[in-house]
Write a protein that binds this ligand. Sequence first.
Ligand code: CA2
Length: 149
Amino acid sequence: MKMIYILNGPNLNLLGTREPEIYGTDTLASIEKACAAKAKTLGFDIDFRQTNIEGELVNHIHHAREHALGIVINAGAYTHTSVALHDAIKAVGLPTIEVHLSNVYKRESFRHHSYISPVAHGLICGFGPKSYELALEGLSSILKSTGKA
Ligand code: CA2
């Protein structure tokens, strides 16, 4: 099985219920469904998770080392605060794509700094739910071009 972990951080479970002008009307469940379909066309399976707890994200990243070829992560607000996530991604060494629904660079300045970006292969933001599918395409192309998939 060619597995990709898709990890989601705090408050993303609220998608589709509030702030549709920023985050759209899709729910996280519908994004998961679209990701599973996209991954299938690329020849991958996904393990899609959401947690509001920083340490659980760290544990999922560690788990990915044994079970996945790469990671797509929307760390939510922890993107802008978490040295622990930075260290975990660096430690496992899996190709990781940072993803955001919104264009964080068009928003408040505190969203302009990411602890994930320096340890990610790449960053996709601003395309709403499509950001996830674009991230999967990017990760697939890295894995295939490096002979890991
Ligand atoms: O644009 C993104 O994907 C973000 O990662 C979303 C985070 C935010 O802190 C980042 O700066 C950018 C927030 C997710 C909160 O999602 C909500 C969804 C519906 C209602 C309220 C929050």
